[in-house]
Design a protein around this ligand. Structure first.
Ligand code: EPU
Length: 418
């Protein structure tokens, strides 16, 4: 397995381009199942989760012509609406095939994703909402088997806003008969990106970006040419890495409005930030940082996908910080690894209490999930000495060319290939 070696202590400086958003391209690729016409996507990041999505789509019989950062996808016919456990277990977002397959074929068999390193992550809300659209759902031998002669629009209320649940239901409802209302829907920018793409395919959707989305079903959709939005979590990660190393970094290609909650926390900590909405540019200069209190919330609140990165940053701030994780029950796996680097963090239920003013020391550490891994990379950049990060395949699921981008900013980072 590959390792990453970091020699810490060098402030990041320069410009970095943000890639297309992982959590946007995945639903977009699955939306191509909704039409037999060709779909063309560009600004696709080179990520393991994208490669897994291609594998799943190909296993359904979808034709894919993959370019550097583009792909042509055409689901002329779907021969095999069945997602095997071997593929689903490597990427939970495979569950996004359920809504579109059911809408297009009237049948889908998808392995239940099961729990993962950050929590139980059930899909009960996806399933009960699809039942409201008229789907018959059975769970057999670890698989969800969903059938529906024809989905019918219906009012749906999500007990909790769920990102992929909202996306699944949007993709099911665009081909259902009649009107669907999704209440307490997720409001993440990735939902808006999906709605924009579906509208370009001819769907009638309103209210995306609010907690009430309305959809009028259509008998069929057309093909599309769509450019993926910039990755707000990748952007947030580089902002934190810059602040953590006392650097001066300009990000290109991320809508500053998508990272408002992150920018406001970094400013509260004392980082100097300048934004150009027009040019999608954000400049951050690291300063002497103060402690923070933050709680993760659904968008537009502070994203859980940035919690680990903020935690490592808090180790160098003045004073004691408190971070509360409200979305996932087990998203503190990075804490033990940060403690190995000298961090002083105490977990109290859903909260972490982080003592600031600590100088991290390089150490061998183990990545446990995507965002935990990148928090260790930031730790390595801040630490004195050498940090060796093992199991970096987690990083490759969600960060395009991370070593190359960080090297471009002056980091001393190498990948040792196995
Ligand atoms: N939930 C349920 N039942 C459901 C669905 C969700 O109880 O049927 C709960 C979850 O357990 C969690 C909360 O609802 O407590 C929110 O989960 P959500 O469904 O919104 O998460 P997700 O759709 O599985 C997406 C992202 C995650 C990100 C979360 C939260 C994708 C592909 N994944 O997951 O991204 O953390 O939303 O914003 O969009 C990552 O990129 O590292 C990542 C984990």
């Amino acid at each position: 397995m590959d390792k990453i070696i970091i020699e810490g202590g060098y402030p990041l400086k320069g410009e970095v381009s943000i890639s297309g958003a992982k959590n946007s391209i995945l639903p977009l690729l699955f939306s191509s199942l909704l039409t037999d016409k060709p779909c063309f996507f560009d600004r696709i990041p080179h990520l393991r989760d994208v490669a897994t999505t291609y594998k799943i789509l190909k296993s359904f019989g979808v034709a894919i012509d993959e370019g550097e950062h583009q792909s042509h996808v055409q689901a002329l016919s779907i021969k095999n609406p069945f997602a095997h456990y071997d593929l689903v277990r490597t990427m939970r977002a495979s569950v996004l095939a359920l809504g579109p397959l059911l809408a297009r074929c009237g049948y889908a068999k998808i392995a239940l994703p099961g729990g993962c390193a950050i929590g139980a992550r059930p899909i009960n809300l996806h399933l009960s909402a699809l039942q409201k659209l008229g789907a018959d759902i059975r769970l057999e031998e670890g698989y969800v088997i969903a059938t529906a002669k024809k989905l019918r629009g219906a009012p749906i209320y999500f007990e909790t806003p769920t990102v992929t649940g909202t996306e699944n239901l949007m993709m099911a409802a665009v081909l259902a008969d009649g009107h669907t209302v999704l209440d307490n829907a997720a409001r993440e920018p990735e939902i808006v990106d999906l709605a924009k793409c579906l509208k370009k395919m001819g769907a009638t959707i309103s209210g995306e970006g609010t907690s009430r989305i309305e959809i009028e079903g259509k008998p069929s959709l057309s093909g599309v040419h769509y450019t993926v939005m910039g990755d707000r979590i990748e952007a947030g990660t580089y902002l934190v890495a810059a602040a953590a190393t006392g650097g001066d970094v300009t990000l290109l290609g991320c809508d500053p409005e998508h990272v408002t909650a992150i920018l406001s926390k970094l400013e509260e900590m004392g980082a100097d930030i300048a934004v150009s909405n027009e040019f999608q540019k954000i400049r951050i200069q690291g300063r002497d940082l103060r402690n923070i209190k933050l709680s993760t919330e659904p968008y537009p609140g502070f994203p859980t996908d940035m919690q680990a990165q903020m935690m490592v940053l808090a180790t160098r701030a003045r004073g004691t910080s408190i971070i509360v994780e409200n979305i996932f029950e087990n998203r503190f796996m990075h804490v033990c690894e940060l403690q190995r680097m000298g961090a002083k963090i105490e977990i109290q239920g859903h909260s972490a209490v982080i003592e600031g003013g600590v100088s991290l020391k390089g150490a061998p550490v183990m990545a446990t999930d995507l965002r935990a891994s990148v928090c260790l990379v930031i730790g390595g950049l801040m630490a004195s000495g050498t940090t060796e990060i093992n199991r970096v395949y987690h990083l490759d699921r969600g960060y395009e060319e991370i070593e190359k981008k960080l090297k471009g900013l002056g980091a001393h980072i190498e990948r040792i290939r196995d």
